[in-house]
Structure formats: structure tokens, C-alpha cells
Ligand binder design. Structure first.
Ligand SMILES: NC(=O)c1ccc[n+]([C@@H]2O[C@H](COP(=O)([O-])OP(=O)(O)OC[C@H]3O[C@@H](n4cnc5c(N)ncnc54)[C@H](OP(=O)(O)O)[C@@H]3O)[C@@H](O)[C@H]2O)c1
Length: 310
């Protein structure tokens, strides 16, 4: 089967060449624009150019590189009926959980203050706080959120989680849903972790109302999508002390401009959209199952609900 590699700004082979080699006997990868577009029935894409899919009249499925499908769903040339398939990867959820746990503990154990003290050669112990006194709220309780919730619970943090639909939660966690549920959860939380997909409902959700509802001196860990965040509202919440700090991994414009105020902000820890990649093994599995589904006339496993947006 012919598969087009469609991305803007970088070559997918540089990151996932090994996975593409592993499936080469079943799926032939073609750089976009492919030489024989009528033969292309699937694509792998990351931030595809607006007209990318117009070229492929027989395209049936697009695999996104990553857990979020928003960048492909937003592409104007994605015709109705083309399935968008995301990689669901337990190894990625594990990586994300380690990343988030580090940032939760960075806040709980006051490491930003210790780093500042070290820079002043200042020996001063700060009051310690047990994990059980730092409630963590998760926006999103999907494949990644549920793993993060389980790991933080193991470490003793009280975990609250918000989803679109109600969930039955394991012992030690509490679930919330809907608009009222969101604010009921936030009022009890000190750390807020964003693990939502980007949809029309979630765009801009990290805003002044949400920050104001958290316990004073709260902390934001933003690993969803940059467009979830109202940047000016975050800066105001940091300036007022309502938020003690924020860890940011994703940004509305990536790469982040060199003169952006976030780079030098003393209360912000920043990483370049690097919380967790999908593993080659999971990508190989997704490519093969998508090709097989196309060949047998089935809907590919992992296809997102295009109306719901995730
Ligand atoms: N920074 C990075 O490197 C990185 C890496 C991977 C993923 N991500 C981000 O993490 C996101 C989540 O990934 P995932 O695999 O866990 O996604 P997922 O399995 O699809 O889970 C999404 C969760 O969000 C909830 N949700 C969606 N819309 C909602 C709404 N309007 N109100 C309340 N809850 C809502 C869903 O609720 P239901 O359970 O009720 O459906 C579900 O619990 C991705 O979309 C991406 O934005 C970032």
C-alpha cells in the first residue's frame, strides 16, 4: 500500500524512519507530494499544509503522529469520510506520567525556591509538605490521564479528574464532569494538569476563571495544546500570586518566539513540546492495523470521532 508522508517544517523520516523501515514490505512511504497520487490510500501527517490531501483522490485514512488529532482534523483538505487515526500508546502514557510527576513534585517540594537559594549560596530549609496535602486535578481522564492518575495516587497525591462523560473511578480518586463539575473540582485543587484534546469546547479553557478557582498559590502543568491557554491570563495569575508557578510544554506558536516573555519568566519552567513522543513500536502497530483495515474495508482501530474532535 502507498502511504504519503505529509508534514510541515520537518521530515517525518528523521524521527520515525525506523518504524517506516519495519513496515516497508507492506507499506511504501512516499514523500509528499507523491509521484503517483492515485495509488496513495493512506497518509501519515503532522500539521499538514492546507491543501495537502487534495492531491490524493483515493485517500482513506490519515494517521496522526501523536495522541492529539487536532492538527490533522483542522486541515481544510481533509474530506468527509477520510478516517483520522491516532496512535494509542501505553509507553507514551508512561513517559507522560513520569514527566508530569516530576513537575508535580517540583512544586510540592519547592525546588524552584531551592534552585533560587542555591544561586545565592543560601542554606535555608523550607517547610516540607506531604503529598497527601497537595491535591492534583487532571483535565482529561483518557489514555494518558488515567495512567497519570494511577501513578500520582500511588505516590500519595489526592487525585481529582475531569472528563466529558461521567466515570467510575478507582479508590483514592474522584471524578467530575461537565461545567459545574469543572469548578467543583478546581476549588479543591492546588495543582492543575491539562491533558485535554484541542476541540472547540476546550480551546482557551486555561483562563482567568479557571486559575481563580484553584487554591491560592496553585500550579499549572500545561501539556495539552498551546491553544488551550489564555497567555495573558496566565501571566496575570502568576503576577498576582494566585499561581505560584507553571510548567509549559506546548505553545500556540511553536517553536516559541525567541523574544516571548515566557522564556525569562522566573515562575515558568519551559520545555519544547517534548513531554512524550509515540514509540516506534506503537506507530508500527497503528500503521499495520490501518493498512489492514483499509484492505478489508473496515474502519481502522483508533479512528477518532471527527464530529466530537478527539
Ligand atoms: N505535550 C505532549 O507531548 C503531548 C503528548 C501526548 C498527548 N498530549 C495531549 O494530551 C491529550 C490527551 O491525550 P489522550 O491520549 O489521553 O486523549 P484521550 O484518550 O482522547 O482522552 C481525552 C480526555 O479528555 C476528555 N475530554 C475531551 N473533551 C472534553 C470536554 N469538552 N470536557 C471535559 N473532558 C473532555 C475526555 O473525556 P471522555 O473520557 O469523557 O471522552 C477524555 O477523558 C492529547 O489530545 C494532546 O492534546 C500532549
Amino acid at each position: 500500500m502507498q502511504c504519503a508522508l505529509v508534514s510541515r517544517g520537518f521530515d517525518l523520516r528523521d524521527y520515525y524512519g525506523k518504524a517506516f523501515d519495519k513496515v516497508a514490505d507492506r507499506i511504501q512511504m512516499q514523500s509528499h507530494p507523491a509521484d503517483d497520487p492515485a495509488e496513495v490510500r493512506m497518509a501519515v501527517a503532522w500539521h499538514p499544509p492546507a491543501d495537502a490531501f487534495d492531491r490524493y483522490p483515493n485517500l482513506q485514512a490519515v494517521c496522526t503522529i501523536g495522541a492529539g488529532a487536532d492538527n490533522v482534523l483542522a486541515c481544510p483538505s481533509l474530506r468527509p469520510g477520510i478516517d483520522v487515526v491516532r496512535v494509542v500508546d501505553p509507553a507514551q502514557a508512561e513517559m507522560m506520567s513520569g514527566f508530569i510527576t516530576w513537575h508535580v513534585i517540583w512544586h510540592q517540594r519547592r525546588f524552584a525556591s531551592y534552585l533560587a537559594q542555591q544561586r545565592r549560596s543560601e542554606w535555608r530549609r523550607l517547610p516540607q509538605r506531604a503529598a497527601r496535602s497537595v491535591p492534583v486535578a487532571l483535565l482529561g481522564y483518557g489514555q494518558i490521564g488515567s495512567r497519570v492518575a494511577a501513578d500520582l495516587t500511588q505516590l500519595g497525591f489526592p487525585v481529582l479528574a475531569w472528563s466529558r462523560t461521567p466515570k467510575s473511578m478507582p479508590p483514592g480518586m474522584r471524578g467530575f464532569h461537565g461545567g459545574d463539575g469543572l469548578f467543583a473540582m478546581l476549588r479543591e485543587a492546588e495543582v492543575l494538569v491539562n491533558l485535554l484534546p484541542l476541540t472547540p469546547e476546550t480551546r482557551g479553557i486555561l483562563n482567568r476563571d479557571v486559575f481563580a478557582a484553584l487554591q491560592p498559590g496553585g500550579y499549572l502543568i500545561q501539556v495539552g495544546r498551546g491553544e488551550h491557554l489564555a497567555e495573558a491570563d496566565l501571566l496575570a495569575a502568576l503576577d498576582s500570586g494566585q499561581l505560584a508557578g507553571a510548567s509549559l510544554d506546548v505553545f500556540a506558536r511553536e517553536p516559541l518566539a525567541g523574544d516571548h516573555v515566557f522564556w525569562q519568566h522566573p515562575k515558568i519552567v519551559l520545555t519544547p513540546h517534548d513531554a512524550c513522543d509515540v514509540s516506534n513500536d506503537a506507530l508500527v502497530g497503528t500503521l499495520l492495523s490501518t493498512a489492514e483495515a483499509i484492505e478489508t474495508g473496515r474502519r481502522p482501530p483508533g479512528a477518532v470521532d471527527r464530529v466530537r474532535g478527539y
